[in-house]
Design a binder for this molecule. Structure first.
Ligand code: MG
Ligand code: ZN
Length: 380
């Protein structure tokens, strides 16, 4: 049996039902499983999508409110993760993002540090060592807990100015999010980090100068764009950069990563804020925008064939529930909390290596699986 035929069989098994996988009638199963592994286990790129506070009820409410559709239905590999922190059963976004970014359980409030406040090497730092390009897009400030855990090491999430200074040194190839004031009007010191980015050969800009759609891609420089002075608006209040920014980051990293791969993290930050506010419409509108970004990532990965997409949340927010009186057009919802909850969180994966994300796992396993797939294996 030649290699092309094996690869074809492996490919067809990957996309067919479990029934077929149970009975590989022609091929020796050991040969087959190694062929499958070769075919599936080496993504060149990873797009990691985090819907902050996006539990199953949030997804469900968004889906029904969006004509009973979600882009997540494209994903055939599903898992669940356990979100607990080292010091609390109910995690915050900092401990949870550190679990994804660095692979350790830590305390609530920790940014890229372990439970003893010691820095832990992040997947972005591993990726840089392998000549990967990295990117971050968020609908919060770029120094907020979720994106921060990928480039910063700080004992406390609200040290925003210290976290902003870490971004100058992190060599993230493309970043887009809010929080300009932490860069150019600092209480902590007199540094102007926008000037420091420019001196480091970043193409650096912000909302008061340009719109995200005004840029043409120039991969000879890193790219940074700050979308607001403090927290970005809600999507329902007119925030409109997330979709063009996600496209920009994907195009930028594609053009820059002709040989080596890239890792891009995009966060739908404010699904969580709708949960804290106990406002169902806020959750739904933020989810629906994020759902479009998930579709963009899926379409990219499907066309590219070498990109793994992983979609998950850090935790659920609000103890959100869809009640008996609901119809598909009109949800009747309730909340049990204005904070996060400990319920297990869905994980969706598509592309080479997606099978790794089936079943129940710790949130830290998401780091270890991504690391195994793009850092520990050689890229062809
Ligand atoms: Mg967040
Ligand atoms: Zn939250």
């Amino acid at each position: 049996m030649n290699k092309i035929l094996l690869a074809l069989i492996a490919l067809s098994l990957t996309y067919s039902s479990c029934k077929t996988v149970d009975k590989p009638s022609v091929v020796n199963s050991e040969v087959l499983s190694s062929a499958l592994k070769e075919k599936t286990n080496k993504p060149k790129n990873v797009i990691f999508l985090i819907g902050d506070g996006m539990g199953l009820a949030q997804i469900t409410a968004g889906m029904y409110s969006n004509g009973n559709k979600t882009s997540l239905e494209n994903f055939k590999v599903l898992g669940l993760h356990k979100s607990h922190a080292s010091n609390k059963l109910v995690t915050d976004s900092a401990a949870a993002a550190t679990s994804f970014a660095c692979g350790v359980k830590t305390y609530n409030g920790a940014i890229g540090v372990d439970k003893d406040t010691l820095p832990v090497k992040s997947i972005f730092e591993f990726a840089k060592e392998k000549n990967f390009n990295t990117g971050l897009v968020a609908s919060s400030t770029i120094v907020h807990a979720t994106p921060a855990s990928f480039f910063s090491h700080n004992k406390y999430r609200k040290n925003y100015e210290e976290i902003a200074a870490d971004l100058v040194d992190a060599d993230v190839d493309v970043f887009i999010g809010g929080g300009k004031k932490y860069f150019d009007r600092r209480d902590f010191d007199d540094r102007n980090l926008l000037e420091e980015f420019a001196a480091k050969d970043y193409n650096i800009s912000h909302f008061a100068e340009k719109d995200i759609t005004d840029f043409t891609i120039d991969v000879s420089k890193n790219f940074g764009y700050l979308t607001s002075d403090t927290d970005p608006l809600q999507v329902s209040q007119g925030r409109d950069y997330m979709i063009p920014a996600s496209k920009f980051a994907m195009d930028y990293l594609t053009q820059k990563s002709t040989e080596d791969g890239f890792m891009l993290m995009i966060e739908g930050s404010q699904i969580d804020w709708g949960g804290h506010a106990n406002i169902s419409d806020y959750i739904v509108s933020e989810f629906i925008e994020f759902d479009e970004i998930i579709q963009l990532a899926y379409d990219y990965a499907k066309a590219d064939g070498n990109t793994l997409v992983v979609v998950t949340a850090d935790h659920e927010t609000g103890g959100y529930a869809i009640q008996q009186e609901s119809t598909m057009d009109s949800l009747v919802t309730a909340f049990t909390s204005t904070y996060h909850t400990a319920v297990m969180i869905p994980v969706f994966a598509y592309g080479p290596g997606a099978e790794e994300f089936a079943g129940i796992m710790e949130n830290t396993d998401i780091f270890h699986k991504m690391k195994k797939l793009i850092i520990d294996t050689e890229i062809d």
